[in-house]
Ligand binder design. Structure first.
Ligand code: NAD
Length: 366
């Protein structure tokens, strides 16, 4: 089992270090190799995704990724900006299916900005198409307008597009995931305005006929954004395009209390995956030792389950995280009155201790 470890920038290095310590406790036969990515790779090699890093990622079963980016790189040409490394990895590894579970841990009900009764027991899976849509569509650029409201004026444009196979494969992923849950899929689109998303809706409906045991409904993205804060428990699996999924999954993250709790997995057709927290490199708190490492630790659990076929080890990590939360430890982003505020390292220590003690207990009881 080979894991490429790409910590990246900002808090990426701090939180990935904790996830590695947690993986080490499991004593499984992993081969882990670390490489630079993002701003750190740009500083060292002049490119955010050097060939050597891409090769390591391609040759591995899974990539454990921290985060990339810093405001100081905002003036670089777009292809050299740290965030391009993520797009490059997604494209080159064919990571078309992004899984973002939004689960509200009972202990964190008070950390959410919504009323406890709205989010207690929340367990949503957002499946976002990751390699198409307006983020990758060509042509794109700037030009002088020849038509529109202001002919002759400077304008910018992007292209929203989806092909049939792209929509079919993400729809299959969603229906198959729903079969393992409560057998409900909501496809989110903007079919009332966009041709691309009428096409999306038609194809998801077609694919849905192959899954008669799964209930399918459709919702416009503006309504979905509203329902997520009004009655989030109405959802189970949400499947949507790249841009809508980007926005809705961050909204769902906040339902759970903090973006520092939200893991993600991005998979290709052969289950090779990139696992990362849903948040960015948080330059505002980088280097202070206060970042929440739990999203990254739970992302490592997803890696064990989806790409490395170690579901029992994944369950153990998730249980260890729950027990640490139950013990009252909190990083600043999820802290509330009556709980104990700790930093990144102490949170990692606590998960390592909980995991070690569960493994010792298992050994003793045989
Ligand atoms: P961000 O997610 O980095 O931070 C948003 C807010 O959440 C900040 O206040 C931050 O302190 C807080 N936060 C994030 N993760 C946290 C954690 N684990 N523990 C505690 N608090 C946490 O988003 P941003 O500020 O918009 O972007 C910062 C940089 O990250 C930018 O350069 C952006 O492009 C990049 N970015 C990278 C990724 C990625 O690597 N996948 C994703 C999003 C943003």
């Amino acid at each position: 089992m080979k894991i490429a470890v790409l910590p990246g920038d900002g808090i990426g290095t701090e939180i990935v270090a904790e996830a590695i310590r947690v993986l080490d406790v499991l004593d499984l036969p992993f081969e882990m190799e670390t490489a630079l990515v993002g701003g750190a790779a740009y500083e060292a090699h002049g490119h955010p995704l050097p060939d050597s890093t891409l090769k390591l990622a391609k040759d591995s079963d899974a990539v454990l990724f921290g985060a990339v980016g810093d405001w100081k790189y905002d003036k670089l040409d777009r292809p050299l900006r740290p965030e391009q490394a993520i797009l490059g990895l997604r494209k080159n590894l064919g990571l078309f299916a992004n899984f973002r579970p939004a689960i509200c841990y009972e202990e964190l009900v008070d950390a959410s900005s919504l009323k406890p009764e709205l989010i207690s027991g929340l367990d949503i899976l957002i499946i976002r198409e990751l390699t198409g849509d307006i983020y990758f569509g060509a042509p794109r650029g700037r030009r002088i307008a020849v038509d529109g409201h202001f002919p002759g004026a400077e304008e910018a444009f992007d292209t929203m597009r989806y092909s049939r196979p792209e929509v079919e494969r993400i729809a299959h992923v969603a229906f198959q995931a729903a079969r393992k849950r409560s057998k409900r899929v909501t496809s989110v689109d903007k079919a009332n305005v966009l041709e691309t998303f009428q096409f999306w809706k038609d194809i998801v409906t077609e694919v849905g006929k192959e899954y008669p045991d799964v209930a399918l409904d459709h919702m416009y993205v503006d309504n979905a954004a509203m329902q997520l804060v009004k009655a989030p428990k109405m959802f189970d699996v949400i499947v949507t395009g790249n841009m809508f999924g980007d926005i809705l999954s961050d909204e769902a993250a906040m339902l759970t209390g903090s973006i520092g709790m939200l893991p993600s997995a991005s998979l290709n057709a052969s289950n090779q995956g990139l696992y990362e927290p849903s948040h960015g490199s948080a330059p505002d708190i980088a280097g202070q030792g206060v970042a929440n490492p739990l999203a990254t630790i739970v992302s490592a659990a997803m890696m064990l389950r989806f790409s490395l076929n170690q579901p029992e080890a994944a369950d153990r990590i998730e249980s260890a995280v729950k027990s640490v939360l139950a013990s009252g430890l909190r990083t600043g982003d999820i802290w509330s009155e009556g709980t104990k505020r700790v930093g990144t390292r102490a949170m990692g220590d606590a998960v390592v201790a909980a995991l070690s003690s569960s493994i010792t207990k298992k050994t003793i009881t045989g």
